[in-house]
Design a protein around this ligand. Structure first.
Ligand code: FES
Length: 139
């Protein structure tokens, strides 16, 4: 029921950890299951030069955060904004329907970290709204 890619990223997650001097940090939680994801970004100019994450959550949440970090590393802020939960799921060759909500955490954590970066630097990122700390996908 899980794709090879999900299992790979779950058992061998990429970019796990913290960036002590991160330029942007975002933390989001899923109100339904209580899982939490924290994303750290290092940004130079317009480019995300490094990214790390910590996820206290289910296997699908760990796999989606892992692949999401790979999808935004070395990319511009604009490109990172295009990494939606749909894009993350496609990159993982899909998730079981009951686990789709887990992929929302990755998208929201990236947005929260970008928001933090934008606030600290007094800039506005096109298309980015203030993220909610808690995601309630049942709303
Ligand atoms: Fe909570 Fe997957 S069950 S994020």
């Amino acid at each position: 029921m899980y794709s090879e890619k999900v299992l790979d990223h779950f058992t061998n997650p990429r970019n796990v950890g913290e960036i002590p001097d991160a330029d942007g940090v975002g933390e989001v939680g899923n109100a339904r299951c209580g899982d939490i994801m924290k994303m750290y970004l290092k940004i130079d100019g317009d480019t995300i030069t490094d990214v790390k994450f910590k996820t206290f959550g289910c296997g699908a949440a760990i796999a989606t955060s892992s692949i999401a970090t790979e999808m935004i590393k070395g990319k511009t802020i604009e490109e990172a904004m295009e990494v939606t939960n749909k894009a993350v799921m496609e990159a993982l060759d899909g998730l079981p329907p009951v686990k789709v909500h887990c992929s929302l955490l990755a998208e929201e954590a990236i947005h929260a970290a970008l928001w933090d970066y934008a606030e600290k630097h007094g800039i506005k990122i096109e298309g980015l709204d203030k993220p909610k700390a808690d995601i309630n996908d049942e709303e």
